[in-house]
Design a protein around this ligand. Structure first.
Ligand code: PRP
Ligand code: MN
Ligand code: MG
Length: 186
């Protein structure tokens, strides 16, 4: 059915696991960005759940902004073509920019965002991602901070979506293969 618990095969990262990631990364970012007043950029839409929990573990004065450069659209496979859907409001010139991501997969989205922000004259551009799906990397891009590596499984929840659904699951789970099949065969 459409019940969120019916689409999960198994849980991969619990709410406690994610909280621990946020505490650890928040402490590290607090050290690394001390006195820098960074611009924290949430990559819409997947990053919003991780961003709100992570930034509340950062004892650093910072400003928030958002950037939407979706490449997947509402689909579940990267089109490889990235476009700016909603641009930043802030001027990034001379700023220390910290991009927040839910997951880095092929790396295309992150590379596009980093290149865009560097080109506009940022002083530094780094990324903190919840999950790093290294096995799928297509382009050379640094994921400067991450909560955990993840294998090549279809993960949803805590911001991660399937067809723009299931982001609100409070943990990260692996999608049942039959859920994917149901849509692939349509
Ligand atoms: C997902 C995810 C990352 C990106 C990772 O976003 O949130 O931003 O894909 O994939 P990549 O490393 O292969 O580029 P998506 O484009 O699906 O938009 P969303 O955040 O709105 O789900
Ligand atoms: Mn995203
Ligand atoms: Mg997506």
């Amino acid at each position: 059915g459409d019940n969120i618990n019916d689409i999960i095969d198994h849980k991969l990262f619990s709410e406690d696991d994610i909280h621990e990631m946020c505490v650890r990364l928040g402490a590290q970012l607090t050290k690394d960005y001390a006195g820098k007043r960074p611009l924290v950029v949430g990559a819409l839409k997947g990053a919003i759940y991780f961003l709100t929990d992570l930034t509340r573990q950062m004892d650093v004065a910072h400003q928030l902004d958002f950037l939407d450069v979706s490449s997947y659209g509402d689909g579940f496979e990267s089109t490889g073509k990235i476009k700016v859907v909603t641009d930043l409001a802030a001027d990034v010139k001379d700023r220390d920019v910290l991009i927040i991501e839910d997951i880095v997969d092929t790396g295309l989205t992150l590379k596009f965002m980093k290149d865009l922000i560097k080109k506009r004259g940022a002083k530094s551009v780094k990324c903190c991602a919840m999950l790093n799906k290294e096995a799928r990397r297509n382009v050379d891009v640094d994921v400067d901070y991450f909560g955990s590596k993840v294998g090549n499984e279809f993960v949803v929840g805590y911001g991660l979506d399937f067809l723009n659904m299931y982001r609100n699951l409070p943990y990260v789970g692996v999608l049942k293969p039959e859920v994917i099949q149901k849509y692939v065969n349509k």
